[in-house]
Structure formats: C-alpha cells, structure tokens
Design a protein around this ligand. Sequence first.
Ligand code: SF4
Ligand code: SF4
Ligand code: FES
Length: 235
Amino acid sequence: MLQVSVWRGADEGRYVDYEVPRQTSQTVLDVVTYIQRKLDSTLAYRYACRVGMCGSCAMTVNGVARMTFPTHDSAVAKDDRVQIAPLANLPVVRDLVTDMREFFNKWSRAKGYYQSTRTRNDDFAAVKPQSKQAQALQAGIECIGCGVCYASCDVVSWRPDYLGPAALNRAWTLVNDVRDGARPERLRAVAGDAGCHSCHTHMSCTERCPKHISPTASIAGLKRATARAALSGEL
Ligand code: SF4
Ligand code: SF4
Ligand code: FES
C-alpha cells in the first residue's frame, strides 16, 4: 500500500491521508484518480490528455513541482509515502486545483502572442525546417503551459509581478520568429523591472521543465536582445 498525504482546502487547509494500492507502472496521476474515484469523490484536481501534451496535471509532489502523468509513484515514493499538493506561486482554487489566470495574464503582458505582418490575402509565411530561423524558433516552442517552471522559480515567490520563466520563454520564441511583426513592443514589454533582468539564473525552471526547454537560456537571450536594442535606440 502507498500512504498518500493530499492537500485539502484552499490557501487555508490541511493534509489528509489516504491508502492507495500499489500497481505496476502506476503514475502519481493514477494515484490521485484512484483517491477521487474510490475513496473521496469530493477531491478536486485537474487533468485532460494523460499523454503529457495539455499541461494541466502539474502538482507539487514531495515538495517538487512536476507533471503527475509521466511521474511513476515508484520514482518519488519514500518509505511508501507520497505527499501531493497544488503548484506553488499560484492561488489555490480548491485541493489540487490552482488558479492559472495570473500565469497566463503574464504571457499576455510579455506580448507572448504572435502578431502577423500579413493579411488573409497573402500567401503562407514559410520558414524552411532546416533554416537558422527554424532552429531558433524550435528551442522553446514545445512549451505546454504546465506552470512547473513558474512554481519552481524563487523570483516569482519573492516578487509576484515578475513575468516568470514561461512567459519570458514564449516572448523569446516570438522574438526569434522572422514572421512576427511586434519585436520592438515585445522587447519593451520584457525589458522592465518585472521582466528578464530580474531573473537570477538559478536554473530551477530549466532543471524541472518536463519538455526539456531551457527558459534560463531564453531569458539570457532576452537580456542580450534588450541590451542591444537599448544601445541601438530600438527600445
Ligand atoms: S533561471 Fe530565472 S526564471 Fe528560471 S527559476 Fe531561476 S530566476 Fe526563475
Ligand atoms: S517552459 Fe516547461 S515547465 Fe515552463 S510552462 Fe513550458 S513546458 Fe511547463
Ligand atoms: S493530463 Fe495532459 S499533460 Fe498531464
């Protein structure tokens, strides 16, 4: 049997213990699902795809932010015990569900959305797969918005207005997109006090990203690009 302590409540709450049978290849998401289906149907948690694509099943497992789907309980259980809590640095809606609004609002504040230079009457803007431009784009584009990096970042904990690793990684992806037409505005958006220069390169985001993205490298790229833009008068 696995002894599982699960956070119940919102920002105020407590850990409640459950016993879950151990199964071969059981993931932490399976454990939470077992509790909700067999032991306590009032437990709130979030998931959708179960294949590591939607980014919705991230939680804090034994104090570390991670995706609960690909994580096997055998990889994290210590003395047959696992503690499961909601992601840090985000308000808790209930139990294991966090409110992601501020996380995604920061993507918007970092201008983390594509701004086309073309109209519907133009042909497709092509980027050849082997080109330098395509390689620059690919480094950070696989982000699934899971929030693991954001929950792992000390700077987000210290200063809640910091845009955070995911939003800045998205901004860097777009800065490298030759089809995008909002480079100066985006660089201005990330150059402020709460932007890329607040990152202290601690690397927790990069160590924990389930898609092996390096937001730290993206943020370093933004630091260089904003500094160059400031010197050339682009900002
Ligand atoms: S490298 Fe920067 S963004 Fe990543 S966890 Fe550290 S401070 Fe946060
Ligand atoms: S950068 Fe990685 S950890 Fe951060 S939201 Fe995207 S996929 Fe998740
Ligand atoms: S359920 Fe979609 S990534 Fe975990």
